[in-house]
Design a protein. Structure first.
Length: 157
């Protein structure tokens, strides 16, 4: 992925995090999910502003609206309510942040443009923190509705 493609992808991903975060801040029933969603809006809005500045300096035109994939995800999520919404949103956040981290790691080491590499390097710890937080919330969403899978594993010893 070249630097321009990274900028475009990062902008699209950042925009998606803000849009989906706004939806989750409204629809989530779990306080943890609501708090996470608000953090997504705040952190990704800041990163998006930094990225817009870099894109302007590099002459890269950023997408002005979310991708079709983001719109489809938002549409799917908006039809869910309660715990089902919370679970789907958090599962998506874990998956998205894993993908984002891989792309940002690659750009931070293999990027050609020093400004873009620096943006990727500076943003990476925040994305890693988001993933850690999403992973800590996600099991709470699934364990509320599933029996524990290993609850009897020690009883036969």
């Amino acid at each position: 992925m070249n630097d321009q493609h990274f900028i475009e992808e990062a902008a699209d991903g950042g925009m998606a995090e803000v849009e989906l975060g706004q939806l989750a801040a409204e629809k989530a029933t779990s306080p943890d999910v609501k708090q996470f969603a608000e953090r997504m809006v705040k952190d990704h809005s800041q990163a998006n502003d930094q990225l817009k500045q870099i894109a302007m300096e590099k002459g890269v035109t950023l997408p002005s609206s979310p991708s079709k994939k983001t719109e489809a995800t938002k549409d799917k999520l908006s039809k869910l309510n309660g715990a089902a919404f919370d679970r789907a949103y958090m599962a998506g956040m874990v998956k998205d942040h894993r993908t984002d981290i891989a792309q940002f790691k690659k750009e931070s080491t293999a990027g050609q443009d020093p400004d873009v590499k620096q943006f990727a390097s500076q943003t990476l710890p925040t994305l890693q923190d988001h993933l850690k937080q999403a992973q800590s919330i996600n099991p709470k969403m699934t364990s509320a509705n599933k029996p524990e899978s290993n609850s009897n594993s020690n009883s036969h010893r």
